[in-house]
Design a binder for this molecule. Structure first.
Ligand SMILES: [Zn+2]
Length: 192
């Protein structure tokens, strides 16, 4: 058995001719890659990656993070934080789960929105975030709930769908709206 190896998301682990991919491993054109930051588990020809449970960087209140709203219930949004943006810049892998109140200034956000948020508090492992505060906090990318196209920023807090013509004006939009964190690898996918 080889010694324990730490792997990062996207790291090449081998090819399908060598290994059977398990948990935390994805295959692309016959090559196997890690999905997580974690430790590589090899048993005979089975390979898997066990993600680190805790973020490598403990979050601190006041830091600015990038996240994706994954779901909402009656009173809160569930946000996946994928990167720290300010003052530290680092990927959070696996994403850190956070909750955000649905009250103002967060009202109107919806699942699939990409948001810049401030870490409010960390209490017994529960991270709370908010879009309140400086103008760069808020929604930086949003998709049309009707047709799924990315929305363009209009005047003030309006968002416009260029495909179906709908206009939305119900949420706090970041002054950095349109900044593309996908390009920088800070967010990898959006579930719609
Ligand atoms: Zn639309």
């Amino acid at each position: 058995m080889r010694e324990r190896r730490i792997v990062v998301p996207g790291e090449r682990l081998g090819v399908v001719e060598e290994f059977i991919p398990g948990e935390g491993v994805r295959e692309e054109r016959g090559t196997l890659y890690s999905i997580y930051l974690g430790s590589l588990q090899e048993k005979d020809i089975n390979v898997s990656v066990r993600p680190f449970k805790k973020p490598i960087l403990p979050l601190r209140p006041g830091e600015i993070a990038l996240g994706e709203i994954r779901s909402a219930d009656r009173s809160v949004y569930h946000v996946h934080l994928t990167a720290l943006v300010k003052p530290r810049r680092a990927l959070l892998s696996p994403p850190v789960q956070a909750v955000m109140s649905k009250r103002p200034p967060n009202v109107g956000a919806r699942p699939s929105d990409i948001v810049l948020v401030r870490i409010n508090s960390i209490d017994n492992g529960t991270v709370t975030v908010t879009m309140g505060g400086p103008p760069d906090l808020g929604v930086i990318l949003s998709f049309c709930p009707t047709c799924g196209a990315p929305l363009r920023k209009g005047v003030g807090y309006t968002l416009v769908c260029e495909r179906c013509g709908k206009v939305y004006l119900d949420k706090k939009i970041s002054s950095r709206y349109g900044w593309n964190p996908f390009k920088e690898g800070l967010i990898r996918y959006v579930k719609r």
